[in-house]
Design a protein around this ligand. Sequence first.
Ligand SMILES: [Cu+2]
Length: 250
Amino acid sequence: MRVSNILSLSAIGASGVFAQSNNVTGQLGDATVTTNNPVGKSVLATLPKDPFWNTGTLDGNVQGYVSAKSGADGSGVDYEVSFSNLPKEGGPFIYHIHVAPVPTGGNCTETLAHLDQFIRGEDPACDSSRPQSCQQGDLSGKYGKINSSDPFTAKFHDPYTSLSEGVGSYFGNRSVVFHFANKTRITCANFSVVSGNGTTTPYPTGTGVKASQSTAAPTSTGIPINAAGVLNVARGFAVVPVVAAFFALL
Ligand SMILES: [Cu+2]
């Protein structure tokens, strides 16, 4: 399945149908506004006690969280971020949504690359005046790096990420990574759903599936198998960030 998806993706890229040469944007175009985010749904990623990487400029770990909830009328996502106990040097710090969750053991490298469904890549840097042209996961690129203020807090609305399970822009099963300015990964945390899964039948992101949730049993890709028509499309998009990771590891 993976091979066939890579091949189909290559075909899209080669066709040039979505390619735009004048503006910086993804191979599949600019990011699109997400809709149908379940009203009342929220997710939270809280940084762990211990850092993944400590160069000696840290006293314990950076503390904080990224919380997010569905935007008004289900359009986009409203974020609230808070970080404190920042490293004494090495800023401005950056943070992103990465495609893969943090594995047991906390290895931030295994979160792979940024959420980048439209295959935009890292360079040139995100232009915050055109957030739709940036990697979807590049939250600090779009909404501000973390300078000297400690604690750092911010609230912003991002139209291009989703809390609707089963689409590629969904990040409730992904992670956030906090970096030094030089991109070294300091710490990372998984998002998890904390409330209001809307009309979507919840399924665990960790182990096991309850028998009562059989209508939404995970497939091997972790996507519920109900609503097959929608998911045939969604599955194609969902694999894009994974493929992109091969090109944009950092
Ligand atoms: Cu990152």
